[in-house]
Each structure stands twice: as structure tokens, then as C-alpha cells.
Design a protein around this ligand. Structure first.
Ligand SMILES: *[C@@H]1O[C@H](CO)[C@@H](O)[C@H](O)[C@H]1NC(C)=O
Ligand SMILES: *[C@@H]1O[C@H](CO)[C@@H](O)[C@H](O)[C@H]1NC(C)=O
Length: 164
């Protein structure tokens, strides 16, 4: 059979399409229950993304799952409420595999305990009682992770920045 350039283009397009489907699946977190679909997806594009929110504890060390990132292992992941919250924050990063079962946290959000996290931070240096979570590429595999925001004792309002 004579291979024409049109056929080659088709093969390349088909492969590209298959790759795109593969990426979409790798970027997901199928372990997350349907009721956590409100979780905001943050693009790991090296820029700093800012969000604000509230959190009030319903149980000690229970964080509210708020954001998801898909890291390609090429940049630091930095999540910070450092001096931008009016309460004693806790930040945690969870692997998808830890999310098969979630608790009910404040305001109907999906919750997960700090002890089930891959990395967490309570009081960061220079941040008083607020937090900064910094993860280097060498510390983490490429994949999708979920970020939880919590409080040590009482809650309040926070501004959080995420870069990855
Ligand atoms: C969050 O940021 C807004 C806008 O800059 C600011 O008005 C607010 O006071 C900040 N909240 C906290 C808790 O730092
Ligand atoms: C509580 O949750 C609802 C949606 O479930 C949301 O619209 C609202 O903004 C949340 N309240 C706060 C203070 O985060």
C-alpha cells in the first residue's frame, strides 16, 4: 500500500487525539465523590492564583477541600495564607487515593483530616499563626492533588494564593 501524506496526517491527528484523552484522564481525580464537584481546578501555569473564602471548624484538624491542581513535577507548589487570614489556618495537600472517602465539613464542603494528607502546614515561619505549604518537584510525583484549608481552633476569612 502506498502511504500518502494525507494518511500520515490522519495517523498523526489520531495519535494526538488519543494523547489528549489520556491527559484528560491523568488530570482527573476519579476517586473524588460526585458531591465534591464544586472543587475549583487551578491551572499549574507558573502564575500565582488568588482566592478568598471562609472556613469554620466542625471537627479538630478537619480541612475543607477547596482546590485541585495537576502538577507535572517541573515547578514548586506553593500554597499560602501567610498573613492573609484572620484566623489560625492549616493547609494540606491530599493525594487522590486518599479521597475515596470524605467527611462533611463546614458549609457542606467535602472534608478530610490533616493526618490523611501527603503534606501539611500549620504555622509557617514569619507567618504568625497562618500557613505556607511549599513542595519541591523532587518531593512529589506528577499527578492531580487536592488542597484543603482548615483551622486550628476557630475559623474566619482567608485569602489564599496557589502557584504550581
Ligand atoms: C483579603 O483580600 C482583600 C482584598 O485585598 C482584603 O480586603 C481582605 O481584608 C483580605 N482578607 C484577609 C482576611 O486578609
Ligand atoms: C456556602 O456554600 C454555598 C454553596 O453551597 C456558597 O454559595 C456560599 O458562598 C458558601 N458560603 C461561604 C461563606 O463560603
Amino acid at each position: 500500500m502506498k502511504i500518502t501524506s494525507t494518511m500520515l496526517v490522519c495517523v498523526v491527528l489520531m495519535m494526538a487525539k488519543l494523547c489528549a484523552v489520556g491527559d484528560a484522564q491523568a488530570a482527573g481525580c476519579s476517586q473524588l465523590p460526585q458531591r465534591c464537584s464544586y472543587i475549583q481546578e487551578i491551572e499549574c501555569d507558573g502564575t500565582t492564583h488568588s482566592f478568598s473564602g471562609s472556613y469554620h471548624p466542625t471537627d479538630a484538624d478537619l480541612t475543607s477541600l477547596r482546590y485541585s491542581i495537576t502538577s507535572y513535577g517541573n515547578r514548586n507548589i506553593v500554597v499560602s495564607t501567610c498573613n492573609t487570614a484572620d484566623f489560625d489556618t492549616q493547609l494540606a495537600l491530599f493525594e487522590c487515593s486518599a479521597l475515596v472517602q470524605v467527611e462533611s465539613a463546614w458549609n457542606g464542603t467535602c472534608g478530610k483530616y490533616i493526618r490523611d494528607s501527603l503534606y501539611h502546614n500549620d504555622d509557617a515561619t514569619g507567618c504568625d499563626m497562618t500557613s505556607k505549604l511549599m513542595i519541591r518537584p523532587i518531593q512529589i510525583e506528577s499527578g492531580t492533588y487536592i488542597i484543603g484549608v482548615g483551622a486550628y481552633s476557630v475559623g474566619g476569612d482567608f485569602n489564599v494564593t496557589i502557584s504550581c
